[in-house]
Design a protein around this ligand. Structure first.
Ligand code: OKP
Ligand code: ZN
Length: 353
């Protein structure tokens, strides 16, 4: 398995996020990636490369997944935030006002010119700090996902896009949940364009992959599956129910397995087996796995009960599909076990592949 690492990930280092009425220290910190890299150096799985950052094809791929207006917003958001008030340079950008969805309550077709208010047009939470280096870090991360997918379409059995910020909560025109650009969706899109007629995305992060689901909701060529904490009680709350099955041409091409807080390996594995069957029934020829290891029992912001020794079994079950596979690094927030959990899963995959 090759690993494509984001050399600029640390340019994105949010300081504080809003959580239930207070600003708390960011959970999504550069050390998360450092932990995975350290563990990969202890237990190597293959070559670790950097992506080509001036790949001329990257922009076209980005535009297949995200709206041009959204990407422009992201690219300029920090500059506009500081232009509003030079003192903002010392502060992470967080939204604090949103257009309402209720009937007649707000215009959605007009974008405010106030840079602070504009954040509310694109962000779905106030827990996702946007910083001076966010765009560069996220763009380099996108290059990692694209490079990993290209390697796999060129014949590698598997590749790991080791990048942050994560991506699975980012939609066609929205950010949130620490995510700005949807790396898993980019990987799926690249695999499609490389000739894989049907691609499956199987999201194992604790949190529903709402961004990925939204991006592909009406597409019949990408099957999106997510196993996650039940949105009735768990973030991101407003999507991820079992009855969301896709729409239009994509009807039947989305499946969700919401599970209660406290779910242990046995129940979680049962959902995984159903998801694996769905991938096989779809006759996917390539697989993308948004790899969130916040399903680990020790995670500080999640609620499943998988133990570190369970992760290898998850990896080997994924390998059982025998598909070219791209992993993208998503959640996982412990200060000490994020690397072990991730590499346990990847090693389990490699051993069984
Ligand atoms: C991103 B990914 C903690 C509140 C949780 C957002 C969680 C985003 C998870 N203070 N806020 O799916 O791991
Ligand atoms: Zn998560």
């Amino acid at each position: 398995m090759i690993t494509v690492i984001n050399p600029h990930h640390a340019l994105h280092a949010g300081r504080r996020e809003m959580f239930r009425g207070r600003l708390v220290d960011s959970y999504e910190v550069p050390d998360r990636l450092g932990q995975v890299l350290d563990e990969l150096q202890r237990r190597p799985l293959g070559a670790v490369r950097e992506p080509d950052l001036d790949d001329p094809a990257l922009e076209a791929t980005l535009l297949r997944v995200h709206e041009a207006r959204y990407l422009k917003f992201l690219q300029n958001a920090w500059h506009d935030w500081v232009a509003l008030d030079p003192a903002n340079a010392e502060l992470d950008a967080l939204p604090s006002v949103w257009p309402l969805a209720q009937r007649h309550a707000s215009r959605h077709d007009r974008e405010t010119t106030n840079a602070a208010a504009r954040l509310g047009h694109y962000a779905f939470d106030s827990g996702t700090p946007l910083t001076a280096g966010t765009w560069r870090a996220a763009l380099s991360g996108a290059a990692c996902a694209v490079a990993a997918a290209r390697a796999v379409s060129a014949g590698e059995r598997s590749a790991f896009a080791l990048t942050r910020p994560p991506g699975h909560h980012a939609g066609p025109n929205f950010y949130g949940g620490y995510c700005f650009i949807n790396n898993a969706a980019l990987a799926a899109q690249v695999l499609r364009e490389a000739g894989h007629a049907r691609v499956a995305v199987l999201d194992v992060d604790y949190h529903h992959g709402n961004g990925t689901q939204t991006i592909f909701y009406e597409r019949p060529d990408v099957l999106t599956l997510s196993i996650h904490g039940d949105p009735r009680t768990e973030y991101p709350f407003f999507l991820g129910h079992a009855d969301e099955r896709g729409a239009g041409a994509g009807e039947g091409c989305n499946r969700n397995w919401p599970l209660p807080r406290g779910t242990d390996l046995a129940t979680w594995r049962n959902a995984l087996d159903q998801a694996l069957r769905a991938v096989a029934d779809f006759r996917a020829t390539a697989l993308v796995v948004p790899l969130g290891v916040d399903i680990y029992a020790g995670d500080p912001i999640a609620g499943f009960q998988l133990r570190l020794e369970d992760f290898a079994d998850v990896g080997s079950a994924l390998a059982g599909l025998q598909l070219p596979t791209v992993f993208t690094f998503e959640g996982g927030y412990t200060k000490t076990h994020t690397g072990v959990a991730a590499v346990n899963l990847l090693e389990g995959f490699e051993r069984a592949a």
